[in-house]
Design a protein around this ligand. Structure first.
Ligand SMILES: Nc1ncnc2c1ncn2[C@@H]1O[C@H](COP(=O)(O)OP(=O)(O)O)[C@@H](O)[C@H]1O
Ligand SMILES: [Mg+2]
Length: 270
């Protein structure tokens, strides 16, 4: 197990890792302000898998961007391990993001001229973050990407590309993995494998996962669901995965069996 180098492992002990207090943000581009967030308070426990759901336009992506320091809220604060990041200035914030956060979006956005292996490690190398080879190999293995490492993205299925994006997001052992509609472009089978990986990141590796989705099946894999409506949290519920996770001696879920990713055809996504 290669968890050493730069960071103590996130232990998944459920203590507050990321906290949002009173987040408000209005988008002002041209016309009248669009109030995307109207006062959001939320605590993301270490090792927890939180799904953020809600109708289109309810502020899900804006919330994720504010939590990750990609957008600056008009009001409110975001604290990472008790330290406020909301007021941080570039380039400190850029460095913090690179070190502490991993991102998965709806499309994998792999660089077409690089191999899968190069894509996975590019950000880490550009940010000068230390490489942890054993961890990278474990990740690649668990995601079923081993046989694809020397391939270019166009030779992969949509599901494989998105799993490469998950590997890229986790390779530097971030504190928080943010995902915005990570299964939005996938058929249900390859989507399920990506969700397996996110689930395992939280359950097995104690990673804190925040996933925006409008897909109820995806949200069902989380420990809890925050439901946004009109820029506010309208409801919060424990996800089905929470009870699974809490069962004593249930032998928590492991990494997904990489079986299907080793060359077997995979649904026609992407
Ligand atoms: N860059 C932007 N400029 C102007 N309005 C925006 C921008 N981004 C989002 N919005 C608006 O803010 C609201 C919330 O958007 P968003 O956070 O993307 O919602 P969701 O992810 O839930 O669909 C929507 O009304 C959207 O149109
Ligand atoms: Mg969105």
């Amino acid at each position: 197990m290669g968890r050493h180098v730069h960071d103590p492992p996130e232990t998944g002990d459920g203590s507050p890792l990321l906290v949002a207090v009173g987040l408000a943000l209005a988008h002002r581009r041209g016309g009248p302000p669009v109030h995307a967030l109207r006062g959001v308070d939320a605590v993301f426990p270490r090792g927890g898998f939180t799904a953020v759901t809600g109708p289109s336009g309810s502020g899900k992506s804006t919330l994720l961007h504010c939590l990750a320091g990609l957008e600056r809220p008009d009001a409110g604060t975001v604290l990472l391990r008790g330290r406020e990041i909301t007021g941080s200035a570039e380039p400190g914030l850029t460095r913090l993001r690179a070190r502490e956060f991993g991102f998965v979006f709806q499309t994998a956005n792999l660089l077409p001229s690089l191999t899968v292996a190069e894509n996975i490690t590019l950000g880490q190398r550009l940010s000068g973050l230390p490489a942890d080879r054993a961890w990278r190999e474990e990740l690649v293995d668990a995601l079923g990407l081993g046989p694809r490492l020397r391939h270019r993205p166009f030779e992969l299925s949509g599901g494989q590309r998105q799993r490469a994006a998950v590997a890229r997001a986790l390779v530097h052992r971030p504190s928080v993995l943010f995902a915005d509609e990570p299964t939005g472009q996938l058929d249900s089978r390859s989507g399920a494998r990506v969700l397996d990986a996110l689930r395992a990141a939280a359950s097995v590796y104690g990673q804190t996962v925040v996933m925006v989705t409008h897909d109820p099946a995806a949200a069902a894999r989380a420990d809890r669901v925050l439901h946004l409506r009109d820029g506010r949290i309208a409801a919060e519920a424990a996800g089905p995965a929470a009870s699974v996770r809490a069962l004593p001696g249930a032998g928590g879920p492991g990494w997904p069996d990489p079986g299907g990713g080793t060359g077997a055809p995979e649904g026609g996504a992407g």
